[in-house]
Design a protein around this ligand. Sequence first.
Ligand SMILES: [Zn+2]
Length: 138
Amino acid sequence: MEEGGILVLVHLGWRGIEQGLLEKTIKFIETKSKEPISAVLGPCINSCCYEFGQNEMDTLLEKYGPKIISETLAGTLSLNMKECVRGILRSCDVEVKHDEAFCTNCDPRHWSFRAEGTDKRQVMIAWKEEIGEEIIKK
Ligand SMILES: [Zn+2]
């Protein structure tokens, strides 16, 4: 991250996506900084496991297009949440610096309340550091 930039963490589900909260967040950032915006996408439930209803899909489909439609490993309709997010970021000229591929539902390194009802949680932590001259020269 560039020195002087701002850092925002956003955690959204499909309802937040549908309500345009990611676009609103990007617009808010643009009011605070003229720097190019970049994104890091953390893990989420992937299309392999995210069974999704047709009515909800129709709502999102209108807004984000057919790339968001996928199929679970069991062959049922699923939402490709990452494609939704990537599409929004592309349309807002936000560069994706990292995109975590793991599925929080079926990857054993993550937990999922949806899948297991577990009380374990994962967190994303981000911080800004001042970049001193010594570090810049390296
Ligand atoms: Zn999965």
